[in-house]
Design a protein around this ligand. Structure first.
Ligand SMILES: Nc1ncnc2c1ncn2[C@@H]1O[C@H](COP(=O)(O)OP(=O)(O)OP(=O)(O)O)[C@@H](O)[C@H]1O
Length: 360
């Protein structure tokens, strides 16, 4: 069993609190991304799990035991970091074998494991080469193969694809997902790239200023962000946030009336995904002034304003809206996120703060 329980972890650097109280459970075999902007604490949390950094308080369990106080090598995990250090003076074979040799594995086991990992990462044909004869993507594969060769219970990865160009990155992302799915490794993956997190993860923990703002599967997080920060960070274009007046518990969207959540005051924020709208003839629908219309081939991207607030929506490529037009937008009611005008938190979010569950 290689679940990971992060229990109320705090980390301060002097007076600065890098992690405020982070709790998160990663189930056995699950792929969880820590996603957030630079400086939110992702790497610090990963380093605490790895044993490379000491928490100010809190506990980390891997499997059924606390690993606080254990050195990294005794935690049963493997790591792949951004600067995927492959050893230049060793062949690919010896690079992949490195962790096994450290464990004093016998030659037969080393050979079997190296061949298996090399097969998974499609680097069998390079085993005799030195890393300087490999491309960046191939070296990246060697680093991942080296981590997988020891069959770790837990794999920690920190921006492992960030040194690759865009196309290679996309290719490696798909490979990585397929390899880790078949190996059944519990994985924690640090990234600030939302597309990468969405594509790879079973669940994503969105971090901001040293706290986890939401944990959920990619679709939940995309459709039901718990906070304004999460809705703005995930999605391209980001979610639109339009502050609108509430009157008698209702919000007008042109001739349509929408029932607002009961808890709202005189104002509420409508969180609208750019594609969760349809073109409607005025005066029906919410009025949008289109400043720029960009035909993207697959869709039409419109940038402008709704209620004098910036907005970006996506319509089918076949629509013929032009820059300067004023249009009506019919909203998909099931896809509206209602957020508090004061706190920026979603009303329908059932996510308790510091959500914590221990595996049975
Ligand atoms: N050793 C340290 N001493 C002082 N401050 C630190 C130290 N390590 C990290 N920090 C601070 O803690 C905060 C979180 O850093 P961390 O590296 O975890 O962020 P991150 O989310 O991984 O960002 P990035 O994507 O840029 O790596 C940052 O403000 C950083 O400056």
């Amino acid at each position: 069993m290689a679940s990971i329980v992060i229990d109320r972890i705090r980390k301060s650097f002097g007076a600065f609190q890098a992690l405020k109280e982070v709790s998160l459970t990663i189930n056995d075999g699950e792929f969880v991304s820590l996603l957030g902007p630079s400086g939110c604490g992702k790497t610090t949390l990963l380093r605490i799990i790895a044993g490379l950094e000491t928490a100010t308080s809190g506990d980390v369990h891997i499997g059924d035991k606390s690993v606080i106080g254990l050195p990294p090598k005794d935690r049963g995990l493997a790591m792949v970091f951004q600067n995927y250090a492959v050893f230049p003076h060793m062949t690919v074979y010896e690079n992949v074998a490195f962790g096994l040799r450290m464990q004093k594995a016998g030659d037969a086991r080393v050979k079997a494991q190296v061949e298996k990992a090399a097969g998974l990462l499609h680097i069998e044909q390079y085993l005799d080469r030195y890393p300087n004869k490999l491309s960046g993507g191939q070296r990246q594969r060697v680093a991942v193969a080296r981590a997988l060769a020891v069959e770790p219970k837990v794999l920690l990865m920190d921006e492992p694809l960030s040194n690759l160009d865009a196309l290679l990155r996309l290719e490696m992302r798909t490979e990585l997902k397929s390899v880790l799915q078949s190996a059944g490794t519990t994985t924690i993956y640090v990234t600030h790239d939302q597309t990468e997190a969405m594509g790879l993860s079973d669940r994503i923990a969105v971090m901001h200023n040293g706290v986890v703002e939401q944990v959920g599967n990619p679709v939940e997080i995309y459709n039901h962000p718990a906070t304004r920060f999460v809705g703005g960070f995930i999605g391209n274009p980001p979610m639109n946030f339009i502050k609108v007046p509430v009157s008698n518990g209702r919000v007008s969207a042109g001739s349509e009336q929408l029932a607002a959540p009961k808890e709202t005051g005189n104002e509420v924020i409508l969180g609208l995904r750019g594609e969760a709208v349809e073109l409607a003839p005025l005066p029906q629908g919410l009025e949008m002034k289109v400043r720029v219309a960009e035909p993207m081939g697959s869709h039409l991207l419109l940038t402008g304003s709704i209620h004098d607030q910036p907005a970006r929506v996506i319509l089918p490529a076949s629509e013929t809206v032009k820059s300067g037009d004023t249009i009506g937008l019919k909203l998909d009611r099931d896809r509206i996120t209602w957020l508090s005008a004061e706190s920026g938190k979603s009303y329908r979010s059932s996510q308790p703060e510091n959500h914590l569950e221990y595996p049975a």
